[in-house]
Every structure is written in C-alpha cells, then in structure tokens.
Design a protein around this ligand. Sequence first.
Ligand code: TYC
Length: 103
Amino acid sequence: MSDNNTKVAPKQKVKPKLEKPKLYKVILFNDDYTPREFVILVLKAVFRLSEDTGYRLMLTAHRFGSCVIVVCTKDVAETKAKEATDLAKQAGFPLMFATEPEE
Ligand code: TYC
C-alpha cells in the first residue's frame, strides 16, 4: 500500500566532517655524551631511516643543537620519541627526543 499524500523531504547531502589530523614533529636534541654511531643506530632502528639520512640528521642535530626527524600524527610521534629515548636510556646515554605540534 502506498500513500501518495506522504511528503518526503528531499534527500540531504551529508557532508562528512573529516578534520585534518594535527601534525607533530619529532625533534632530536644534541648532547655531549651519546656517540654519533649510536644516534645513527637509533634513527635507523626506530625511524627506519637509511644510514645516509641517519648520518645527515645526526650531524644536523650535532651542529645546530636540534633537528626535526619526522612529522606525523600525535600518537605516532609520541610513541617513536619515547621508544627512541628509552632505547638510549637503556644503553646509558642521555639522548633526547621530544614532540612538538606543527604550526
Ligand atoms: N654530540 C655528540 C658527540 O659529539 C653526537 C650527537 C649528535 C649526540 C647528535 C646527539 O642528537 C645528537 N658525541
């Protein structure tokens, strides 16, 4: 049975509200104690960087005091920064990684 008097509202287009996820930087800090080779090892193991890229980023942090390693979501940035800092701590080095929101 159909009722021809039934008013049907025109279909409304539903705009999915997809917020762009906020991005975070993982920053590597220089220190006077961690061996260069160990910094590269951590960059390769945690951030999957090549020897060459690891070397260049390590040298940038060494020269300028800090260096951005990756830009990613908050979750990933915090996990990677903690993993890398913990790895150094376990080995007895003060190597530091931190996260910072991107402007
Ligand atoms: N400055 C350290 C040294 O001379 C090496 C180093 C580089 C440490 C980069 C940390 O983020 C860093 N042994």
